[in-house]
Design a protein around this ligand. Structure first.
Ligand SMILES: [Zn+2]
Length: 57
């Protein structure tokens, strides 16, 4: 069984502030993570924190 919950919309307003993917453009949002946001479409990753302690190999 596969249950996908990408995001929840309460009523007609979006609770979380989501960013658009700069590569994919309007309509494609970055998936919200703890320290970063990433695009599930093109793989673009944007770090929220100022210092990048974690580096992806
Ligand atoms: Zn993208």
């Amino acid at each position: 069984m596969e249950k996908r919950e990408v995001f929840k919309i309460e009523g007609d307003k979006i609770v979380r502030q989501r960013k658009n993917c700069p590569k994919c453009g309007d309509g494609v949002f970055l998936a919200d993570h703890k320290d970063r946001a990433s695009c599930g479409k093109c793989g673009y990753t944007e770090f929220k924190t100022k210092k990048q302690e974690e580096q992806k190999a």
